[in-house]
Design a protein around this ligand. Structure first.
Ligand code: UD1
Length: 430
């Protein structure tokens, strides 16, 4: 590399990884990103002071806090607890400058409609996985009395009277299920959401709403019944543990081998994933502290197909592809949720992986070792997968754009290092 380019590279925020033998010890799994963002939105439902505990210190939470602040809500953090004070009057608007950074900010729609009766939310647009429409959110909310108009890139929404109704989702969309639940909780009468998403984060949101005085029954199954109530109250609540963060450390264990405890993790939220990991050679079991996991030899290949919960999570796919890159044999991975989620594959190939993609499928022939290389993170899980791959590579892997990883992981490099990995997050500005 020429000196000028080398200097630029040295100034960049990056994660450096070197293989360093088996992982050992305990790692604390934080609260689920995909739950806490929705709980924060749900605080818009009523005036008062909420406290949410077990909140990971990640960039997406910081952006959601900014979304709330832009509405006039106060958000402060002490340790792992967020205090959210929602005043009586708020500005029910989410600007593009924030929604484009965080697609999950569309979760404010339901609570704003139920809590204030109108909202203006900038459409966030697509991302690296492909288009991210919100047509099902809108259809579900329309069914209970909301009206929508899209102009100037914004969704303008209003609801004078929310009235319970049957909502049949075309697909078990996580975001649509949550938005309808958060609006229906204040509707007049009963809403029945059929073909609802079943993720543990949906059950966590239902727990939060019920704590507030809502009546949500059946969350975690594909039929959710919401009996509207007239009043809700602010609450204190602890976020469910992050199954995708837990899966990330199990993937790291798979490529590095070793024995670890995932403190606070829930095996019951990862049943199909753990069965697949078992096929590949990672043993897991429930532990009084969370989940115990061990891997003692080279991984074996397996076929993988992503599906809505309780199926294999699409968010785990890049991690599984990284594992299959060094497993013995050939594995076929099929993506069923998002149209294009294989961008990180080119980076793994640069590290010596043998992967071919065709539409929704990837065929991965495991190689003995990868070779460390400069690679670029393109989203949260793809970035984490590149770090995981670096644990099975000769030489140094340098992952640039690690801000994608910071969106969803609190101190990822620090937690891996504490397990014995040689991973360092270089922040030249620090
Ligand atoms: C959530 C998670 C994300 C995870 C995904 C699937 C958060 C913040 N994000 O995203 O990490 O990968 O669930 O488990 O919780 N769709 C439509 N129209 C809609 C809504 C969705 O066509 O109105 C499509 C999407 O483009 C996608 C599929 O349905 O192809 C799944 O989306 P959905 O379940 O809604 O995922 P998110 O809530 O966006």
């Amino acid at each position: 590399m020429e000196r000028g380019h080398q200097d630029d590279f040295d100034r960049q925020d990056r994660i450096e990884v070197r293989a360093n033998g088996p992982l050992e010890g305990a790692v604390a799994i934080g609260g689920a990103k995909n739950s806490v963002l929705k709980l924060m939105a749900a605080c818009l439902l009523t005036e008062g002071t909420f406290v949410i505990r077990n909140v990971p210190d990640i960039h997406d939470v910081a952006v959601m806090a900014d979304v709330l602040r832009a509405m006039g809500v106060s958000v402060s953090r002490v340790g792992d607890a967020l205090t959210i004070e929602r005043p009586e009057a708020i500005i029910p608007e989410a600007p593009y400058a924030l929604t484009e950074q965080l697609r999950a900010s569309t979760a404010v729609l339901g609570p704003l409609l139920a809590g204030i009766g109108h909202a203006r939310v900038a459409l966030p647009g697509g991302d690296d996985f492909g288009p991210r429409p919100i047509d099902m959110h809108i259809a579900g909310l329309e069914a209970i009395g909301c009206r929508f108009e899209i102009s100037g890139g914004d969704v303008h929404a209003a609801a004078d009277n929310l009235v319970g109704n049957s909502v049949l989702l075309e697909y078990p969309s996580v975001g649509a299920t949550e938005n309808v639940m958060m609006a229906a909780v204040r509707a007049k009468g009963t809403t029945v959401i059929d073909n609802a998403a079943r993720e543990p984060e949906i059950a966590d949101l239902a727990g939060f709403l019920n704590h507030m005085g809502g009546h949500v029954i059946g969350a975690g199954t594909s039929t959710i019944t919401v009996d509207g109530v007239e009043e809700l109250r602010p609450v204190e609540y602890t976020v469910v543990s992050d199954r995708i963060e837990a899966a990330t450390f199990m993937a790291a264990l798979g490529v590095a081998t070793g024995e670890i405890t995932l403190v606070g993790a829930r095996l019951d939220h990862m049943a199909i994933l753990c069965r697949k990991l078992g096929e590949m050679g990672v043993r897991t079991s429930s532990d009084p502290d969370g989940v115990w996991a061990m891997c003692s030899g080279r991984l074996r290949s397996a076929d993988v197909s992503t599906l809505p919960y309780p199926g294999l999570p699409t968010d785990c796919k890049p991690l599984l592809v990284a594992m299959l890159s060094v497993a013995e044999g050939v594995g076929i991975v099929t993506e069923n949720l998002f149209s294009g989620r294989f961008r990180y594959v080119d980076e793994l190939v640069r590290m010596g992986a043998d992967i071919r993609t065709e539409g929704h499928h990837a065929v991965i022939r495991g190689v003995d070792r990868l070779s460390g290389a400069p690679v670029r993170a393109s989203d949260i899980r793809a970035g984490a997968a590149l770090v995981v791959a670096g644990l099975a590579a000769d030489g140094i892997t340098v992952v640039s754009d690690p801000h994608h990883i910071d969106r969803g992981y609190e101190d990822f490099a620090g937690k891996l290092s504490a397990l014995g990995a040689d991973v360092c997050h270089e922040r030249p500005g620090d």
